[in-house]
Design a binder for this molecule. Sequence first.
Ligand SMILES: [Fe+2]
Ligand SMILES: [Fe+2]
Length: 281
Amino acid sequence: MMIAQITDMHVRPRGKIAYERVDTNALLEAAVATIEALPRKPDLVIATGDLTDCGLAAEYEVLRELLQPLSMPVYLVPGNHDRRAELLAAFGRDGYFKSDDGFLHYTVEGHDLRLIGLDTVVPGHGHGEMCAARLAWLEGRLGEKPEQPTLIFMHHPPFGTGLADMDRINCRNGKAMAAVIRRFDNIERVVCGHHHRPITVRWGGSIGSVAPSTAHQVTLDLVPDNSPSTFTMEPPGFHLHVWSKESGLVTHGVNIGRFEGPFPFVLDEEYPGHAAAPKAA
Ligand SMILES: [Fe+2]
Ligand SMILES: [Fe+2]
């Protein structure tokens, strides 16, 4: 089973760009093209928040259009740049949001790997939270299938990363969430967005990770000070989480775009393993 994780697409209304500089819509279009061009296509796509830049109805309309070429199901969770009502109005009819309690969290069943999408949004704020109600919901879902390998996806990372300014607006109540995660040994990953960089950490007895944005990246500045975050146009990317019984969950980083190659490995005669290498036909 293969899952593509895209994140922080920050889609804008048609004809508009983000931060006066980033053509986020064109960059999402390139991400979708890269996913569709993979030799083995993912079974599904998850998008871990900041789907749009301002949570506007006009942005969700563009998002729907840009995701349309994907030939597999797409599951969304909101980020701090999203608005629940507008997201529900545009995607609620897809049927996977179970919003009885106001949070857009849900499980994805029927695959080898079980997926749990979490809504960490605190409306009107940049930071997120796993409050008592959300933690109880998560614990309830985890208790249903403690044997099945599970991947949790959410926007705000509930762990520290060393990106000081971003960590100030991460997911609050992370320690309490880690205590819940630690009680289960079937959680393969807790995958996040928000920090716009590829990051991996051991957390809650599992593995926490952040995927790069399909658009702009947060500047890699690990100086522990108070300077505000900035962004760069480093190559955008996404993560491919590949599940197999033999290897468990393996995560591959993918750069978005078209690159030279593929080329054959033509071995130099001086290469130490040359004699043992299979001869080309
Ligand atoms: Fe973002
Ligand atoms: Fe965010």
